[in-house]
Design a protein around this ligand. Structure first.
Ligand code: 2P0
Length: 335
């Protein structure tokens, strides 16, 4: 059944817009605790990326409906989140959502983190326009129901989402480390074949390496937190590399195995190794997709960018980003 946008609206025409930036984990969330909604089995430590963004516009409507970058999305993916917002705010409103990303969706660039963080803000404003806005922690709880990593994307700068926690928290604002840079490489814009949610659950249920992955998570999370506090890129980069490689080790042990890497991903990993050998800060990380993101500092970009451009497209260079916020405009991700 198709209907025009006007058919779905309740006649108020008031719209609520919010913008959020993806949360890139340096120590990874991979695996859920049983019995809750997106409760993490591992503590994750992350940075919010300023140049990538999701922008959502929400209006009250007669039924829930979502378009993602102009295409109709399967609304079932959003229903538990919408229901959580309605329950929290004691509202029966239905949501008409238009969402755009300035980067490839579902390609391993954490689009669900920024998308649901922006939705938590815009939907809660739409569901209850006359009450005091929910606190960032309450919004983080709601965003988590949509997608685990979205709990972190509510906050700018540097975040922690502890094992079993219902909400994430900010460790430091973006101003804590303004020189930090994340070079985002684009190996492929194709949507991934296996969703991160499915891959995560398959890993938990079938990989013999899942239990040791969880058991060995506390020390790296603490080490990353300390390295962040001291702005020590060597230590942070080293623990971030351990975390993503061990996360992939658990996936490779799943049945059937999950392999997101492309030849260009491996080429970028090797190029970072060469750069480090030459004394240049370049610490890569990856998520549920083929893209490689490289941690460095501003002064090393001159050496890092041409070296990485030889093996992949440099999509953009990010600094630590701001909090998710109501309103906001979206620009294409500049290099
Ligand atoms: C993270 N990822 O910490 C990890 C690292 C990908 C690799 O969180 O099922 O979309 O919605 O809670 O948050 C991607 O998975 O999963 C993710 P759900 P999500 O950023």
């Amino acid at each position: 059944m198709s209907s025009s946008l006007a058919d779905d609206l309740d006649g108020t025409a008031v719209s609520y817009t919010a913008t959020a930036h993806p949360s890139l984990a340096l120590v990874k969330y991979w695996g859920k605790l049983p019995g809750g909604v997106n409760l993490p089995a591992t503590t994750s430590i992350a940075v919010t990326l300023d140049q990538l963004s999701s922008r959502v516009t929400v209006r009250a409507a007669t039924r829930d409906r979502v378009t993602l970058d102009g295409a109709e999305a399967a609304v079932e993916r959003f229903t538990p989140f919408f229901d959580a917002v309605r329950a929290r705010l004691e509202s029966s409103v239905r949501f008409r959502v238009e969402s755009t990303n300035n980067f490839p969706t579902a390609a391993g660039l954490a689009s669900s983190s920024s998308g649901f963080a922006a939705l938590a803000l815009a939907c809660s404003a739409c569901a209850s326009p006359n009450r005091t806005p929910l606190s960032p922690s309450e919004l983080s709880k709601l965003a988590r129901v949509g997608s685990g990593s979205a709990a972190r994307a509510l906050f700018g700068g540097f975040t922690r989402w502890s094992r079993g926690a219902v909400a994430a928290e900010q460790l430091h604002p973006a101003e804590h480390w303004p020189e930090l840079r994340v070079v985002v490489l684009k190996m492929s814009a194709a949507a991934k074949g296996v969703s991160s949610r499915e891959a995560m659950e398959r890993t938990r249920l079938t990989s013999p390496y899942f239990a040791p992955w969880v058991e060995n998570n506390a020390a790296p999370a603490l080490e990353a937190e300390r390295a962040l506090a001291e702005r020590d890129l060597e230590r942070l980069g080293t623990v971030a590399r351990h975390s993503y490689l061990r996360m992939f080790a658990t996936m490779l042990g799943a049945d059937p195995p999950v392999l997101y890497w492309l030849p260009a991903s491996v080429a970028a990993i090797k190029r970072c190794e060469q750069l480090r050998g030459a004394g240049v800060a370049a610490f890569e990380t990856m998520d549920a997709g083929p893209q490689v993101k490289v941690l460095t500092i501003k002064d090393h970009l001159e050496a890092v960018l041409p070296a990485l451009a030889e093996v992949s497209e440099v999509f953009t260079v990010c600094s630590p980003g701001p909090d998710a916020a109501l309103g906001g405009s979206q620009e294409s991700a500049p290099k």
